[in-house]
Design a protein around this ligand. Structure first.
Ligand SMILES: [Zn+2]
Length: 363
């Protein structure tokens, strides 16, 4: 069984308004799930628009993350008030929580991404974290959301940092899927990899222009947000598990184990993981193209103000055994790092990160 895409997708500048009649047929008493204070105004609009459709909506916010504490609280709220759907309106953590809870309770989930920071509005996947933001595991869901509303005017209000994060996460699709899956003899997987290559090319061409002018009139911006929020999800849907993640995400998951005062977005951490994955490919797989890819990525990441080292994520790897902690978590059993077509040991990770961070300090 493969969950490829949401049942229905609305996209464009008036996607939310276009979706309203369908939403009012699907649900009578939805729970709107959100988190950030940035998005409060938009969620208020969503609430009022649903009221105007004679629905009986309610709202709640995640207190922490996509974590078991929030999940069980929201589940109970839904059961106590007999809500018949979840409208998850926010970033990746909110969307992941909404999808997970909806599946547990067997009610429809409507995702309304309020930034282009991830493709979580599309996928049949939820990443579960501790309440402090440490990655625990990802859960494969039975289906993608029932409805995805990708409203450009909502996404335009998000800080540009979310777009940069989405670009880094979407770029990882090509680098991760091409190394893990290029030997899989399955037409759909091969086609998914090709889509991720086109996706990467488009982001390399349009990413900077999109970041500098976030407006609906800017063709590059429209292309880029849809690449991050839609196409990246499609690649995972068609390609399946092995097309989703490899070392970049495994290293992301490990870095989240170190709690820092400033929180970084998923894609910001994945971007650093991606550079480290390419370093690993160079070191362990003798990949001569990896260094060129690093240079190409670094140029874009710098324009997008993305972090390019673990130090820039607020972590000194040479303190508190951080390096060993990251290496151990990266190489734990069931880690995506083992999807790589060559053996990786914790010592390899220690070496690659130590060299990379030292080089960065010198620069
Ligand atoms: Zn990701």
């Amino acid at each position: 069984m493969q969950a490829i895409s949401p049942e229905i997708i609305f996209r464009g500048n008036d996607a939310w308004e276009e979706a309203l009649p369908l939403i009012s047929r699907i649900t009578k008493s939805p729970l709107i799930l959100g988190r950030s204070s940035y998005t409060q105004k938009l969620r208020k609009k969503i609430f009022i628009d649903l009221k105007d459709q004679f629905l009986n909506p309610d709202t709640t916010d995640l207190q922490f993350d996509c974590c078991y504490e929030d999940i069980s609280r929201v589940k109970n709220l839904i059961l106590e008030n007999s809500h018949d759907s979840i409208i998850a309106a926010g970033g990746g953590k909110v969307l992941d929580s909404g999808k997970y809870i909806a599946e547990c309770l067997d009610i429809p989930c409507i995702t309304v991404p309020l930034s282009a920071s991830t493709c979580a509005g599309w996928t049949a996947l939820s990443n579960i974290y501790t309440k402090n933001g440490q990655f625990i595991k990802d859960v494969v869901l039975r289906s993608c959301p029932k409805v995805l509303v990708f409203d450009h005017k909502f996404i335009k209000t998000a800080p540009s940092r979310t777009l940069a994060s989405g670009i880094a996460d979407a770029l990882a699709k090509w680098y991760e899927s091409s190394i893990t899956s290029s030997r899989i003899n399955d037409g759909l997987v091969q086609q998914a990899i090709q889509i991720s290559r086109v996706l990467r090319d488009q982001l390399l061409i349009d990413g900077e222009k999109a970041f500098k002018d976030q407006s609906e009139n800017n063709f590059s911006w429209r292309n880029t947000i849809e690449a991050c929020g839609l196409t990246a999800g499609l690649v995972g849907g068609i390609g399946g598990e092995k097309c989703r993640t490899a070392a970049a995400h495994a290293i992301h998951n490990a870095i989240t184990q170190i709690i820092t005062p400033n929180k970084f977005f998923h894609g910001e951490i994945v971007g650093v993981g991606l550079l480290l994955q390419l370093k690993l490919e160079e070191m362990k797989n003798n990949n001569k193209l990896a260094n060129q890819s690093i240079k190409q990525l670094l140029a874009l990441m710098e324009v997008l103000n993305l972090p390019t080292s673990i130090e820039q994520l607020g972590i000194n790897v040479f303190e508190n055994n951080n390096l060993e902690k990251i290496a151990d978590f990266t190489c734990r059993d069931n880690s995506e790092i083992h999807f790589l077509p060559f053996e990786i040991s914790t010592q390899d990770i220690v070496e690659v990160i130590a060299n990379f961070e030292q080089e960065k300090i010198k620069v």
